[in-house]
Design a protein around this ligand. Structure first.
Ligand SMILES: Cc1cc2nc3c(=O)[nH]c(=O)nc-3n(C[C@H](O)[C@H](O)[C@H](O)COP(=O)(O)O)c2cc1C
Length: 222
């Protein structure tokens, strides 16, 4: 795949087929993602990929946890509250997705269903969790590294014909993930990613976001 095609093939997909990605393909995709750059090449990401029964167990437990406590208990603060143009973009993306999911703003029940789809991993047969350790004092710098890794991973998946959805939401239940996957407490969960082959019949996958104009985000100086 050409680079620009891979960039444009990546969207957040929210409906997956049950078909698993074979182990060799998975290994190749994650090997490529490891070439992401990081501050001083420290490569602070610790990635756990759950497939098959491990993925299903996590899905069931996370769904139950989200019903009990919808806000969870994240390792890192997360409010999801934005203002000004950021709020406008947030609303635009939420309303757009809901439209494709058949959810209206007034329908609290369907909105809750839309949120719960996160914890179902959008039916994906695989989920990846990206941890960092608590020995780094500057989480914001660390998050830049993890962002580099996550985008490289999503492009690597797109290049292999695999869809993904990055998710802060599924980092809301870190204790559950640590317990289920046998991960020690110094590893802190920053984000997750559901992935698999795209279910083309799921209308949510037809939703496309827009981007701000270049002049709104980027200034060229000379
Ligand atoms: C760090 C990060 C966390 C995200 N968390 C969620 C999430 O919890 N649930 C979700 O449905 N989408 C989530 N998204 C997807 C964004 O909504 C999406 O990237 C954005 O609307 C742009 O759309 P696109 O990915 O289709 O280009 C997240 C994206 C990023 C980069």
């Amino acid at each position: 795949m050409e680079f620009a095609d891979a960039v444009h093939a990546r969207h957040s997909y929210r409906g997956f087929l049950p078909k698993a990605v074979d182990k060799n393909t998975l290994k190749g995709v994650f090997e490529l993602a490891n070439w992401a750059p990081s501050n001083c090449n420290v490569q602070p990401w610790h990635v756990h990929v759950a497939s098959g029964e491990a993925c299903n167990r996590l899905r069931e437990k996370m769904k139950a946890a989200a019903v009990e406590n919808p806000n969870g208990n994240s390792d890192f603060p997360w409010q999801g509250k934005f203002t000004g143009p950021y709020r406008e973009r947030q609303i635009c993306s939420a309303l757009g997705l809901w439209e494709y999911q058949g959810v209206t703003r007034e329908d609290r029940e369907k909105r809750a269903w839309s949120w719960m789809r996160n914890f179902e991993f959008f039916d994906a047969p695989h989920v990846a969790f990206i941890f960092v350790t608590d020995e780094f004092p500057e989480t914001i710098r660390l998050a830049a590294d993890v962002g580099m890794y996550a985008q490289t991973l999503m492009l690597s998946l797109a290049n292999a014909g695999i869809g993904s959805c990055p998710q802060t939401s599924i980092s809301c239940f870190p204790d559950l993930v640590r317990e289920e996957l046998g991960i020690e407490s110094q590893f802190k969960l920053l984000m997750g990613l559901s992935f698999g082959y795209i279910d083309q019949s799921n209308a949510a996958n037809n939703f496309r976001t827009e981007r701000a104009a270049l002049e709104d985000t980027t200034v060229f100086h000379s």
